[in-house]
Design a binder for this molecule. Sequence first.
Ligand SMILES: Nc1ncnc2c1ncn2[C@@H]1O[C@H](COP(=O)(O)OP(=O)(O)OP(=O)(O)O)[C@@H](O)[C@H]1O
Ligand SMILES: [Mg+2]
Length: 456
Amino acid sequence: MFDTKALVPAITSIVLVRTITNELVPHELLHFFQSGIHHLFRQFSAQFTIVIEEFQGMARNQVFEAAEIYLGTKAATVSAERVKVSKSEDHKKLSFNIDRNEEVNDLFEGVSVKWKLICISVDSSRIRHYDRDSSSVAEIRSYELTFHKKQKNKIFDSYLPYVMEVARKVKQGNIALKIHSNDYSRWSHEPVKFNHPMSFNTLAIDEKLQREIVNDLDKFVKAREFYRRTGKAWKRGYLLYGPPGTGKSSLIAAMANYLHYDIYDLDLTVVGDNKSLRQLILGVSNRSILVIEDIDCTIKLQNREKDEEPVDNGSNKMTLSGLLNAVDGLWSCCGEEHIIVFTTNHKERLDPALLRPGRMDKQIHLSYCNFSAFKQLAMNYLCVNEHELFEKIQELLGQVKVTPAEIAEELTKDVEATECLQDLINFLHTKKMIKKEIKSEGNSNEDEHELGRENM
Ligand SMILES: Nc1ncnc2c1ncn2[C@@H]1O[C@H](COP(=O)(O)OP(=O)(O)OP(=O)(O)O)[C@@H](O)[C@H]1O
Ligand SMILES: [Mg+2]
């Protein structure tokens, strides 16, 4: 048996020697020896450690933030004995974190690494980024990432970029989307959570058109290298046009949900002037959609040629070239991955400068409901994908112009599916009769009539 009593004098002597050393040897000299010993150890150690501090001056270190998120994905599965869990209002899911001084091992392409969260308490007056009013003690946090020296290149070139990428994806999936609105020259400080449930699975538009839009978006987000190589600004402009209730705003919501981009809903009618507009455009963050609805009627934009003397109609000195320059010019020199969407009910009223190629990359016509769009609506609202009344509805949809919004209204009645579809047939019949009457009255401008009715 091991005699623990024998150890007591030895331990006592060590403690005594340490105490005497601490008392008699000056602090600086002690520190010098200690760091010398550390240095000696490092010479022989096969390990390499990267220190990732939380702050770089006043700014939060993005690598620290990424490490925190990345380790959160590991925390629930790895061997750590303590993990922290949290959820803020902005987050959709729970976040896990390793606790202070806890170690987490990770394996990347056969290479083992070790992460450790180091927290040191200090006097807050010594930290620049710290809010001094709140407390006199602050904490400096950093991660230590340790691995074998010979893996240095792999860790720098592959592992850290991989950690950043995983974190970006997690963040993207977890942060709730926001919709920003503007005043005279600024975006609201408190954007509203964007909860629109519309997606490409529920949007009722022609299947082929939908595929085309989704492919276009996919191509855009993957095209970082293309835009860098060609020196073009990484942005894409869409013009959505069509009668009210055909799904322009719904399509924007589906795009935002698909790409996981925030929406900046720019109300031009309240923007002060070109200077304020520039400020607003610069305030749009990367990976977001800037939306300008009803571009034809929200503001009287001057023609480019007449821009030299902007007409001051009341408080508004904003011009079309101001808008176009701000979008084209500012976004080409700063920011990336921007989508801009204009909507209008009257494409023919738009200034050609807005429509020239390169400005609006894609023009999307959203039109009246066809049978494939109707089937999507029937699925959304009634959970029905086949029905004996479908044939009659298909026939009527070929004869009358009806918007998805009108059909959606018919299908949300609180009655059983068959009755609902029968009501829709009656509704389509009535529309057909009205159309016949208009024709016999000699009014050939049917679309105008339709739009007028929709707008009432
Ligand atoms: N294509 C569609 N798919 C699914 N639902 C649609 C579609 N179009 C319209 N709706 C329904 O009608 C409502 C109004 O549609 P939305 O606001 O998207 O039309 P809009 O084209 O933007 O109209 P406006 O020109 O008046 O702004 C939506 O909330 C949705 O319920
Ligand atoms: Mg709309």
